[in-house]
Ligand binder design. Structure first.
Ligand SMILES: CC(C)(COP(=O)(O)OP(=O)(O)OC[C@H]1O[C@@H](n2cnc3c(N)ncnc32)[C@H](O)[C@@H]1OP(=O)(O)O)[C@@H](O)C(=O)NCCC(=O)NCCS
Length: 236
C-alpha cells in the first residue's frame, strides 16, 4: 500500500517540508514532521440535523464570505438527497486539551433534472460536459478551512475521506464550482486533481467568472490518497 507522502519522506530519513498558514492567508514552508506522519487527521461525519448546526457554527469563522449558510438552508438542501457532511477537528494551539472544528466539506447528489431553481440552473449549465444519465454525480457544495489551520492538509484529508464515501455510495464523478477570484480554492482543487470542465466569463469583472471543475473517481482514486485519517461518526 502506498504510504502518505510525509511517511515516505520519514522512512527515507528525509525531513519533509510542510506549509503553514501565516497572516493574511499566505503559506510559509516549515519543517514539521508532526503534521502528516505522526498522527492521523481527525474527521467527524455528521448526520443531517447535527451536521447542519455544526456547519452554521463553523461558517461563523469565515469572515471572508458575505453569504453564510444557515442550518435551515443546509437541511432544506440536503434533506431529500444522499449527502456527506464532514468536519476535521484539531487541538487549539493555545490549549491543546480543547479540540475544535477547523475544516469542513459538504457534498450532495445532483440529478440531470432538478426542480430547485439553484440546482436546476447548475445542472443546466453542466449538461454539455457532465453525463448524468445512469450514473451518480456528487456536487461538492460548500467547504473551507479556518484561517489559522490552512496549509496543514486538513482539506486534503476531508477531500480524500469524501472520495471514499462517494465510492462506497456508487458515485462516478465529483463536481465543484468556484470563481476566478478564489485563488486558494483553485490552487487546492488543482492539487486534488480536479479538471476544469467549463469556464463562464463574467461580462463585467473577470474575477467573478465561474469555473466548473470535476473529478472522475474509481477504485484507482484511492491509490492517490496521501493522508492518514481517523474517522469518527458523530452521535445524533
Ligand atoms: C482552499 C482551502 C479550503 C484550502 O484548505 P487547506 O486546509 O489550507 O488545504 P490543505 O492544506 O489541505 O491543502 C490541500 C492541497 O492544496 C494545496 N493548497 C492549499 N492552499 C493553497 C493555495 N493557497 N494555493 C495553492 N495551493 C494550495 C496544498 O498545497 C495541498 O496540496 P498537497 O496536499 O498536494 O501538498 C482554504 O484555503 C480555504 O478555506 N479558503 C477559503 C475558502 C474559499 O476560497 N472558498 C471559495 C468558495 S468556492
Amino acid at each position: 500500500m502506498q504510504q502518505p507522502r510525509a511517511v515516505q519522506g520519514f522512512l527515507q530519513g528525509a525531513k519533509p517540508l510542510y506549509k503553514k498558514a501565516t497572516g493574511g492567508g499566505k503559506l510559509a514552508y516549515y519543517n514539521d514532521t508532526a503534521m502528516r506522519d505522526h498522527r492521523a487527521y481527525r474527521i467527524k461525519q455528521y448526520p443531517l440535523e447535527r451536521g447542519a448546526l455544526e456547519i452554521q457554527y463553523i461558517e461563523e469563522f469565515f469572515g471572508e464570505f458575505d453569504r453564510k449558510k444557515t442550518a435551515v438552508e443546509i437541511q432544506a438542501r440536503l434533506g431529500d438527497r444522499r449527502h456527506c457532511i464532514l468536519i476535521a477537528e484539531a487541538p487549539l494551539p493555545s490549549d491543546p486539551s480543547q479540540i475544535v472544528p477547523v475544516s469542513f466539506k459538504v457534498a450532495h447528489t445532483i440529478y440531470g433534472r432538478e426542480i430547485d431553481p439553484k440546482l436546476k440552473d447548475l445542472v443546466d449549465r453542466l449538461q454539455d460536459t457532465v453525463v448524468f444519465d445512469g450514473r451518480r454525480v456528487l456536487y461538492s457544495w460548500i467547504g473551507g478551512t479556518r484561517n489559522d489551520w490552512r496549509g496543514q492538509g486538513h482539506f486534503r484529508a476531508l477531500s480524500e475521506q469524501q472520495e471514499i464515501w462517494a465510492l462506497e455510495q456508487g458515485f462516478k464523478e465529483i463536481v465543484v464550482k468556484t470563481k476566478n477570484k478564489f485563488y486558494a480554492m483553485r490552487g487546492t482543487l488543482d492539487h486534488l486533481h480536479f479538471q476544469v470542465i467549463k469556464f463562464e466569463k463574467d461580462p463585467v469583472d473577470n474575477q467573478e467568472s465561474k469555473v466548473y471543475l470535476s473529478k472522475k473517481i474509481g477504485p484507482d482514486t484511492l491509490k492517490t490518497h496521501l493522508s492518514q485519517r481517523k474517522l469518527v461518526e458523530s452521535a445524533r
